[in-house]
Design a protein around this ligand. Sequence first.
Ligand code: PNS
Length: 195
Amino acid sequence: METRSQSLQPTIQPFHDSKTPDVKQGGGEHKPRIAVYPGSFDPVTYGHLDIIHRSANLFDRVVIAVTQNVGKAPFLDLDERLDLLREVTKDIDEVEVTSFGGLLVDFARSIGASIVIRGLRAVSDFEFELQMALTNRSLDPNLETIFLTPRGKFIFLSSGLVRELCLLDGPLERFVPDSVARVLRRKREELRARP
Ligand code: PNS
């Protein structure tokens, strides 16, 4: 007969599948866990920053990778996006900022990253994010995508919304750090000054 203490024993066996990367390297020599957080960051928002802080608490190194090939013409130049990201993350030791072209899986491999971080906000993000995660997995089964959710107040915040607010002279400071707001306004004035 099963005793009470036996019935409290966990019945779920630790999951191990040789095709699934070992996210947390347990025991022995600690292998640094490197995560890549890719995106357009056009511009970086408080929502991104929330995800960056969460990632820095989870991983040894977080490489923020700004894509060079956005498809659409970006609002901010690549260098502006990189400079702003470096400025707003300068106090987070685990973080570094760089750019990449080509496939994310190739970039991740080149820096030894085994994790891709993506922020997941409302349900509307889900389909695209799932598609991207599954595509990346089929391209490289050793690369795991992890979704993090920002604080509730940032759930509906997006770079697109910030760009629109900027172009329509809306308030920016509650959505992006001051340094980002300044660059956005300067960019807006540059655009307006164009013939
Ligand atoms: O911030 P975004 O625009 O949602 O980021 C999208 C991004 C840059 C992560 C995605 O477009 C990407 O990974 N681009 C690199 C090209 C690539 O690897 N494409 C195949 C994966 S779907």
